[in-house]
Design a protein around this ligand. Structure first.
Ligand code: AKG
Length: 375
């Protein structure tokens, strides 16, 4: 895999100084498109110390799953297949890197809290990220030329480059259709069929119309990568150490084709409850309750023509609320019973369903305004 894109560039990703970056909360303008943050060391302290020397000294003996990319630098994530990996001591990774004939390992997406608790204990979080929504902090160690194939994540991402450099090639969520995502129902819908470095336009003709945005993120810089943006990533000339923070995106910031597809996929797999845990619901002000969440969702998704998914997700939120102690559980149970037909068979009802959805939203809103927040 050569490191040269086979599609045209649409320009650079814009850059902002850390001093000018606002909070990355729901509705933030900084979450509309990727941006490189310069002078990122002022966002937090600890991760910038995780240089090769520091990692060798503190966690050099820890054995972590390491992968050997193909001879072209790339490897593929495949649904249902665990990457071919073997345990490798962190110090050995750097030793092999220093040996010109040594194997070129990469350690992808190492969950710091679970795999490296000693490092995690010292970690401080970036000020701009809503800490309560962070669901993973990962360490990435890559050899020069390693390529992470084109995919998106359903979380927001603050990607911090500690040493070395990586080039990100990104496409907006709206390009989903032209990027040939993996099939629904396989856990691979976030993987693109297109390899940017070797596009096969006979197989993927819609990709011919696309252009990527690009940035090389260097040591001391970070990239804000909003949820559902597609990215292919190339490690540059030196060993690359990166740390990223993933946090739950608010659904209101995610009304993009990938999210809609994920809703369908979750509905097909009858797993909408898990989605409610993947995204931040409500208004993003941190004080939402299940009824506000449900009312917001059903109204929002219904307005954009996704009534079926809206109702299924609402039912899932209410079922969760039904398990809570106290009055919230009683009211959730009442709502589930009162709107049983609508919530259990969201596909039926045609035009009549619109009126019933309005009544459900009115019921949810009434509960919220009665003061459900105090439950
Ligand atoms: O660093 C890489 O190679 C990939 C990073 C990535 O995919 C991510 O942060 O979501």
């Amino acid at each position: 895999m050569s490191g040269t894109p086979g599609l045209p560039s649409a320009g650079p990703i814009s850059r902002v100084s850390a001093a000018d970056l606002g909070p990355l909360r729901a509705g933030s303008p900084w979450l509309r498109e990727p941006v490189v943050v310069t002078g990122a060391s002022r966002l937090m302290n600890e991760v910038w110390r995780w240089t090769p020397d520091h990692l060798r000294a503190t966690v050099g003996d820890e054995r972590l799953p390491a992968t050997l990319p193909g001879p072209d630098g790339g490897f593929r994530y495949e649904p249902g297949r665990v990457l071919d990996s073997r345990p490798l001591a962190v110090a050995r990774f750097f030793d092999d890197m220093a040996d010109p004939d040594g194997p070129r390992w990469c350690l992808q997406q190492v969950p710091v809290e679970r795999a490296l608790p000693a490092l995690f204990a010292a970690l401080d979080y970036p000020d701009c990220v809503p800490r309560e929504l962070v669901n993973a902090v990962n360490l990435w160690l890559a050899s020069p030329g390693t390529v992470t194939p084109l995919h998106y994540d359903d979380t927001h991402n603050l990607f911090c480059q500690v040493s070395g450099a990586k080039t990100f090639y990104v496409f907006p969520p709206e390009d989903l259709d032209a990027l040939y995502p993996g099939p629904l129902n396989t856990g691979a819908q976030h993987l693109s069929g297109v390899n940017l470095f070797q596009p096969d336009l006979d197989r993927h003709p819609r990709a011919a119309a696309l252009g990527y945005l690009e940035a090389t993120v260097r040591a001391g810089e970070a990239l804000v990568l909003p949820a559902f943006w597609w990215h292919q990533v190339l490690s540059r000339d030196e060993v690359a150490v990166s740390v990223n923070f993933w946090w739950r995106a608010n659904v209101l910031d995610c009304l993009v084709p990938g999210f809609m597809r994920q809703l369908q996929s979750a509905a097909v797999q009858d797993d909408l409850g898990a989605l409610a845990g993947t995204f931040e619901l409500g208004d993003g002000q941190g004080d939402a309750d299940p009824f506000t969440d449900a009312a917001d969702l059903v109204r929002l998704l219904h307005d954009i023509g996704e009534a079926k998914a809206a109702l299924a997700l609402t039912a899932s939120v209410l079922r969760t609320a039904r398990r809570r102690p106290g009055r919230a559980a009683t009211r959730a149970a009442e709502l589930l019973a009162d709107h049983k037909e609508l919530l259990e068979a969201p596909g039926r009802g045609g035009a009549a369903a619109a009126g019933r959805i309005d009544r459900l939203v009115a019921d949810l809103t009434a509960i919220v305004s009665e003061g459900a927040r105090s439950w």
